[in-house]
Design a protein around this ligand. Structure first.
Ligand code: NAI
Length: 358
């Protein structure tokens, strides 16, 4: 079979660090195994435009592997051209770069390595909440500059203790964030999700469900976004919703950039409506130099905890999603059933309720 993969360029770092498996250089560690099975394996980062590697090679590929970190967009138009395609594998979690409705209509299977990096992201969320609430970035920048003015940073630093934290999306990551925040003695944990947790799970997490989004954000000091990107979440956090946030709230988004309106977030930060915004996901990746989320600040000059998309691609995560990709391929080649949680689109269409209510 012809297997193609769109991965990000790792450059010198990938040559020096073979555990950077998700790179073009290290090819998810699949080459020797795939070739020993008689398969053809082509890997590139070139994914945009009609002449790109992705657009020209998908035409006769049987399997395409992509990652959310350098998304190879599998649009309906592109899937129309992919006459031999049977399986799309996301090496990681989050398949919004695949037109899932088109894949379902065409009988293509779409798999993710579910759970492979959810702890990695949850840790990043906890870190981001803390660095915003405690005003860490400006304090560190002050030290690098050679300054020392405690009040300048303490005037915008708070404790997480006693605050209300809410997650939009209470799936694997959202729940792990709340679990990890348990010892911080927050005032309350809230969640907003069309899939209710069981009463027992709510009790374990100490989380209360709020079914109205405006009402939910109005109660939170910290909002963390942990829902997939789909038609129901694109632009969910826009200028209108931000008006309903508590003034001076913190917002962390490690889910997908396009869930939050970047211009609206930057404006809310500038006005002080938001005290901070952090995350690793951008509506355009790589983010252009002039992207509003790169340099936005709150009125006191802090509140920006943005980094490139890497929370789910720690070396530990890479080893898990590379192994998970191999397992999905093995199951496929040998006609074995896939691990149910990995199936986004199966032979009978949507196999998950995470990508919108239907
Ligand atoms: P999951 O499928 O376990 O949970 C997602 C939850 O979001 C589900 O409970 C679902 O019902 C809920 N949801 C969906 N639409 C919603 C809506 N409109 N409003 C409220 N809740 C909604 O997914 P998991 O593993 O927790 O991952 C969530 C997302 O995080 C992924 O889809 C991906 O976009 C992102 N992610 C980001 C990574 C990174 O490196 N920054 C790495 C891994 C995931």
């Amino acid at each position: 079979m012809k297997v193609i993969a769109i991965l990000y360029k790792g450059g010198e770092a990938a040559k020096q660090e073979p555990r950077l498996l998700g790179t073009v250089e290290n090819e998810l560690g699949l080459r020797a195994w795939l070739e020993s099975q008689g398969h053809e394996y082509l890997v590139s980062d070139d994914k945009e435009g009609a002449d790109s590697f992705l657009h020209t090679n998908i035409v006769d590929a049987d399997i395409v592997i992509t990652t959310p970190f350098h998304p190879g967009y599998l649009t309906r138009e592109l899937l129309d051209k992919a006459k031999n395609l049977k399986l799309c594998v996301t090496a990681g979690v989050g398949s919004d770069h695949v037109d899932l409705n088109a894949a379902a209509e065409k009988g293509l299977e779409v798999m993710e390595v579910t759970g492979s990096n959810v702890s990695s992201v949850a840790e990043h969320v906890v870190m981001s909440i803390l660095l915003l609430v405690r005003n860490f970035v400006p304090a560190h920048e002050m030290i690098e500059r050679g300054d020392w003015a405690v009040s300048d940073v303490a005037r915008n630093a708070f404790d997480l203790e006693g605050k209300v934290v809410g997650t939009i999306g209470a799936g694997r990551i959202g729940q792990r964030v709340l679990q990890r925040l348990a010892p911080f003695d927050c005032k309350e944990f809230l969640y907003y999700d069309y899939n209710a947790l069981s009463p027992e799970r709510e009790r374990e997490l100490g989380a209360r469900r709020v079914t109205d989004l405006k009402n939910f954000v109005a109660q939170c000091d910290v909002v963390t976004v942990n829902a997939p990107l789909h038609d129901g979440t694109r632009g969910l956090v826009d200028a209108a919703l931000l008006q309903h946030f508590k003034r001076g709230a913190w917002l962390v988004n490690t889910a997908r950039g396009a869930i939050c309106d970047a211009e609206a977030v930057a404006a809310a930060l500038k006005s002080g409506q938001l005290r901070g915004y952090a995350g690793d996901v951008w509506d355009v990746q790589p983010a252009p130099l002039e992207h509003p989320c790169r340099a936005m600040k709150n009125p006191l000059g802090g509140g920006n905890g943005m980094v490139p998309h890497y929370s789910g691609t720690t070396l530990d995560a890479q080893s898990r999603y590379a192994a998970g990709t191999k397992e999905i391929l093995e199951n496929f080649f040998e006609g074995r059933p896939q691990t149910p949680a990995n199936v986004i689109i199966g032979t009978k269409g949507y196999a998950t309720s995470s990508y919108g209510q239907r």
